[in-house]
Design a protein around this ligand. Sequence first.
Ligand code: ASN
Length: 356
Amino acid sequence: MLAGLPLAGSALAREMPTTATTAPASARKSNVVILATGGTIAGAGADASNSATYQAAKVPVDKLIAAVPSLGDLANVRGEQVFQIASESFTNAQLVQLAKRVSALLKQDDVDGVVITHGTDTLEETALFLDLVVKSDKPIVVVGSMRPSTAISADGALNLADAVATAASPASKGKGVLVTMNDEIQAGRDVTKRVNIKPSAFTSQWGPLGMVVEGKTYWFRAPVKRHGTTSEFDIDTIDTLPEVAIVYGSGNMNPAAYTAAVQGGAKAIVHAGTGNGSVAGYAVDTLKDLRAKGTVVIRSSRVGDGFVLRNAEQPDDQYDWVVAHDLNPQKAKILAAVALTKTNDTKELQRIFWEY
Ligand SMILES: NC(=O)C[C@H](N)C(=O)O
């Protein structure tokens, strides 16, 4: 029920008085553009009790903005509807289109920051992609919600207000793509969806960078990996991304999955290995074979936390494989696709996995 939105907004307005601003009254208000792509933050359920059964990507960006009147206290905000999709349906072509729009907007003098509203399922992929390819120091904040806008205690309104506050804050400059969920500011590179049903779904093994409280950002750490202006990748020179497949490791896995991925067009395989990216003994020959024929093999871990070391578990130097460092399989897939636009040299690819 879209009629639920203004109610949610005015409730928020009561809870967040206009004193919650990020800058002194004399400072110019930042100009923030909200690019809407769909997801649960734009979702609508039949009833306020529907927190998990609803349709994603229903509410248009103007209604999302109107539902949170306090946004106007934080920044001069305008919206653009880029897509209206659930994020599990994002394609590489859409990633490229979105990043080109972000890049173009941030080149404008009258844009200080960009917020992207996004479904949470692949939010972490988009956040890393933008981190790698948009050459700007201006804040880019990706935000979603775990409950649809019509649900009791919907989390989208506050997450969006926090995103706008973060995008409007000069303190957010140069910190890479940021994600605001559940009061926290996370590094887009590191953050991952770890719970599929709670507002506290997004965490990073390295911890949040900061928090947003009453429209003000508080920072505790900053990313050290290459991103934005220090990245060697630039969306202005990327038009397509190569196919990269993830193959999931498990007990008694079928190695035919690797071959099928390559037959399906994959230029690289991210092996979501057990433990430290380990590979079943009976599957090693298939991967060695595919590598000999040109497929890039990247070892990541299905565990999600920790990091995969070269030549631990498997002799990567001997097999000419790459390790994903601390990137989980879905993030390794994004970095591999971006890196492959420049090189398929495995030494270069490994350097890129260490540096980004
Ligand atoms: N919470 C969400 O946004 C989930 C939804 N399936 C999406 O990613 O679009």
